[in-house]
Design a protein around this ligand. Structure first.
Ligand code: ZN
Length: 314
């Protein structure tokens, strides 16, 4: 099939990054603990005003086939596992979004899925949908709160994002909850750090942040996630004067780019910058190959295996 978002692979730029720098350092098997796949028909792209304004939109259709083709191009020779969920849009058809994820990941033991649940608190209904799709847990998000309650994004707390009914069910069944950290301070906010058990560093491209993460949590509690399809972009996330900026090769309304084309950009994939930042931090703190394997594979395998057994899926 023609892929809606083909990968911008430039061998002379990208091959050295993977083959000389990242590939030999990564374990042979890797687990992407945070990426999105979705179908255009489940998300009402006409209602753009309801969409998450801070979520960069790189393509409107990103099915499993596109994700897998991109991952094979990015990480040639590696065995790939993934935890996937749909894209977040309070106006989307959430049932259809979840049904697509269940269908796309069924029958492949290396693919797992989280369910979108909005602010739903009916535990019986949530559990029935969860089990029917063999989901491992929920993907809450702050934009469901701002959309339903008009709360300002900066004021959304973890408690708002995961209402009591959801939290109770998740605790009772031992579910995974993939939380996008709210509040302006993000990881630096003590209110956030308090509520977390494990962290995933999807889209973190600064080695300083990775080093802080390692110091706070150690090798046993960190999970690696890419956040595809955004991680397929070429460029880098930059911090300038305390503000985060997306620098991209392609032209987007949410990024900094060189639209005049007056110089040639030799940037590589966000996906590689994410791994690269963690590699720098790992080397600085003296991570062993076993520590690296924990973060990129075995922590995720352990958590997924435990959750599946608790839910009686195997
Ligand atoms: Zn994401």
């Amino acid at each position: 099939m023609d892929l809606p978002f083909p990968i911008d692979y430039e061998p002379e730029i990208d091959d050295p990054v993977f083959h000389d720098e990242l590939g030999p350092w990564l374990p042979d098997e890797i687990f992407d603990f945070h990426s999105h796949i979705y179908r255009e028909e489940d998300v009402s792209y006409t209602k753009r005003e309801g969409r998450n304004p801070s979520m960069p939109v790189v393509c409107e259709y990103y099915p499993l086939e596109n994700y897998q083709a991109a991952m094979q191009r990015l990480f040639p020779g590696k065995t790939l596992h993934a935890l996937l969920f749909n894209t977040i849009d309070p106006n989307a058809d959430m049932k259809a979004q979840n049904a697509y994820l269940a269908e796309a990941t069924a029958g492949d033991e290396r693919l797992h899925a989280l369910m979108l649940c909005g602010l739903e608190e009916d535990q019986e209904a949530l559990e029935a949908e969860l089990r029917s799709g063999e989901f491992l847990g929920f993907k809450p998000y702050w934009s469901y709160v701002t959309h339903a309650k008009g709360t300002d994004q900066a004021d959304v707390t973890l408690e708002d994002m995961v209402p009591p009914g959801q939290r109770e069910l998740a605790n009772r069944l031992g579910l995974i909850q993939m939380v996008h950290i709210p509040r302006l301070g993000r990881l630096a906010d003590p209110v956030n750090v308090d509520g977390m058990i494990r962290v995933d560093f999807s889209m973190v491209q600064s080695w300083e942040s990775c080093e802080t993460l390692i110091e706070l949590f150690g090798p046993d509690k960190i999970l690696w996630g890419l956040d595809m399809p955004v991680a397929q972009e070429k460029g880098k996330l930059l911090s300038a004067n305390g503000q985060r900026h997306f620098f991209t090769k392609r032209v987007h309304p949410w990024s900094i780019h060189n639209s005049a084309g007056s110089y040639k950009m030799r940037c590589t994939f966000y996906a590689y910058e994410i791994v690269r930042a963690f590699k720098v931090a790992s080397e600085r703190v003296g991570f062993t190959a076993a520590d690296v394997e924990k973060v990129f594979l075995t922590n995720a395998l352990g958590l997924v295996g435990k959750t599946r057994r608790q839910l009686g899926y195997e």
